[in-house]
Design a protein around this ligand. Structure first.
Ligand SMILES: [Zn+2]
Length: 63
C-alpha cells in the first residue's frame, strides 16, 4: 500500500515490522509506514487494487 503522508510504497509485512515497535503489534488496526512512521487505517485489498488501477490510468493520461 502507499503512505498518504510521504507516498512511500510498502507491503503489509513491512508495516507489521515497523508496527511491532509500538507495543500493540497485532492489536491495532493501523498500518505504519516504515519510512516516516505515519500511521493510517488499513485499506482493504480490493480498494488498494482499485486505487492502483486508477493510479495507472492517471499516469497514462499524463504521458
Ligand atoms: Zn510514510
Amino acid at each position: 500500500m502507499i503512505c498518504t503522508h510521504c507516498s512511500n510504497e510498502f507491503s503489509i509485512e513491512e508495516s507489521n515490522a515497523a508496527c511491532s515497535k509500538c507495543g500493540s503489534f497485532g492489536g491495532c488496526n493501523l498500518v505504519m509506514c516504515p519510512k516516516c512512521g505515519y500511521e493510517q487505517p488499513k485499506i482493504p485489498k480490493w480498494l488498494e487494487k482499485a486505487s492502483q488501477f486508477f493510479g495507472k490510468k492517471n499516469q497514462l493520461k499524463v504521458k
